[in-house]
Design a binder for this molecule. Structure first.
Ligand code: FAD
Ligand code: SF4
Length: 461
């Protein structure tokens, strides 16, 4: 029965309107659509979707409440496990998580779990019914380094267990990539603030402008009475193209460009006159979420032509499928199977052209994706006046450098054991600092697992 009703889709603002501002692209379900979509769930006896959710939300449980029209109950159910549902409902790749394993996907389309999570969280916000769980206090002191999704989840879960948690953030405001990376049109800052405030309402103390490893060392945190530390400092170190001319004026790393757009408020032009260069012809190297975000921001800030340049084919693009489609709808051009060999500056040192080498696909590499193989002699040049490099990020090196006892992989990831503990007793880690650049939900899953591990460690000690 249930499969016969088609999957509902969230309405979106038309491309020609949305490229002129930073307002949200997807508009969310109406109450009627949400209830109808929730009713598609067949309440499996052995629900695969729950195993596909790194933060273990009781998905059939919340869908049942939604289907019955009990939205407040549904929000409560989600928030038993997830303190950031409005964020997850917007940016998590559900197509690779819970929705990928939803049983309805075998013969048709899976339940739109992500959009329903978003609906429930937005309903709570619109109806000002913040669900505050009962608080326990008086536990030992735990320090959480970084306020991205890993840190927020670890801190929130530990606070719910009764620990006294302080979350240290090096920037002037919390959220990590949720605030400084993902643009307003995909994740409004007001939503990040609201969910960070919810975590704080659980009893988490937030201290911004504190760079752990410089302002305070890990050793000093222990001396200050913290009994355990969670490192969730992320992967904010941009990978370089490694080609001549990369230092030319007009070449940005995506992180710097997006930081200016988000944290220095270029997205609120003309109210804020943020110093951010926007070229007429912009080339963005990479095809992940970061590249799509940078390209779509450049377009919104006035670029005439924005091209994504990627060395593999469309099949291998790492960005979320729906964000690739939205970028295409907005007029972003995709030039595939090309890699840069040189950035060519003019006589004043400003980027003027990029030299590209054509590629073809070879055998799969260690990532399982087909390897790009250069086609000898196929170089050509493109006129360009701004470049954004978005070819991945590596773990932030500051804490490992300041803490030599902390063991890391050669590529920079902090090494943890099955107990989520690093090489330093009492120091745990998770999220992008361990995995390298990954996803919001994997960082949250790591934060949750680490909170449990810290609880076990402190109870045993
Ligand atoms: P972060 O979010 O990086 O947070 C780490 C925090 O630690 C930061 O606030 C940082 O300032 C702070 N910090 C660092 N060092 C210190 C220190 N020494 N002392 C104190 N604080 C410190 N994932 C998705 O699932 N869906 C998406 O659509 C998506 N889009 C993305 C778009 C962009 C532009 C980017 C950059 C990433 C995107 N990702 C997306 C990836 C996702 O955002 C990250 O995987 C996730 O944020 C990692 O979480 P984290 O908590 O480990 O680290
Ligand atoms: Fe519902 Fe799909 Fe989960 Fe089954 S797997 S309980 S249909 S959401």
């Amino acid at each position: 029965m249930a499969e016969k009703i088609g999957r509902h889709h969230m309405p979106e603002r038309p491309a020609e309107k949305r490229i002129r501002d930073f307002e949200e692209v997807a508009l969310g379900f109406t109450l009627e659509a949400a209830v109808a979509e929730a009713k598609r769930c067949i309440q499996c006896k052995n629900p695969k979707c729950v195993g596909g959710c790194p933060v273990e939300i009781d998905i059939p449980g919340f869908l049942k409440l939604l289907a019955a029209g009990d939205i407040e109950g549904a929000v409560k159910k989600i928030k038993e496990k997830n303190s950031l549902p409005a964020i997850c409902g917007r940016v998590c790749p559900q197509e690779d998580q819970c929705e990928k394993v939803c049983i309805l996907g075998v013969k048709g389309k899976p339940v739109a779990i992500g959009a329903l999570e978003r609906f429930a969280a937005d309903w709570e916000r619109a109806n000002k019914r913040a669900v505050a769980p009962g608080m326990r206090t008086g536990g030992q002191k735990v320090a959480v380094v970084g306020s991205g999704p890993a840190g927020l989840t670890c801190a929130g879960d530990l606070a719910r267990m009764g620990y006294q948690v302080t979350m240290f953030e090096s920037l002037h405001s919390p959220g990590g990539v949720l605030s400084y990376g993902i643009p307003e049109f995909r994740l409004p800052k007001s939503i990040v603030k609201l969910e960070v405030d919810f975590v704080r309402s659980l009893g988490v103390e937030l201290m911004c402008d504190v760079l752990i490893g410089r302002t305070i060392t890990m050793g000093e945190l222990f001396k200050q009475g913290y009994k355990a530390i969670f490192i969730g400092s992320g992967a904010g170190l941009p990978n370089q193209l490694g080609v001549p001319g990369e230092n030319s004026q007009g070449v940005y790393f995506a992180n710097e460009f997006l930081f200016r757009v988000n944290m220095m408020k270029a997205y609120r032009f003309p109210e804020y006159l943020t110093p951010v260069l926007i070229g007429k012809k912009v080339a963005v190297f990479g095809a992940g979420n970061v590249a799509m975000d940078a390209a779509r921001c450049a377009l919104r800030l006035g670029a005439e032509k924005v091209s994504i340049l990627y060395r593999r084919s469309r099949t291998e693009m790492p960005a979320r499928a729906e964000e690739i489609v939205r970028a295409e709808e907005e007029g972003i051009e995709f030039t595939l199977l090309v890699a840069p060999t040189m950035i060519v500056p003019d006589e004043k040192g400003r980027v003027k052209q990029v030299e590209l080498l054509k590629m073809e696909l070879g055998e799969p590499d260690s990532s399982g994706r087909r390897r790009p193989v250069p086609i000898a002699g196929s170089e050509y040049r493109l006129d360009i006046d701004m470049v954004v490099v978005a070819i991945g990020n590596s773990p932030n090196p500051l804490i490992p450098r300041a803490t030599p006892e902390l063991k890391t992989e050669k590529w920079g990831g902090v090494i943890i054991g099955d107990d989520k503990q690093t090489s330093i007793p009492g120091v745990f880690a998770g999220g992008d600092i361990v995995r390298g650049a990954a996803t919001v939900i994997s960082a949250m899953g790591d934060g949750k697992a680490a909170a449990r591990a810290i609880d076990n460690y402190l109870k045993a000690g």
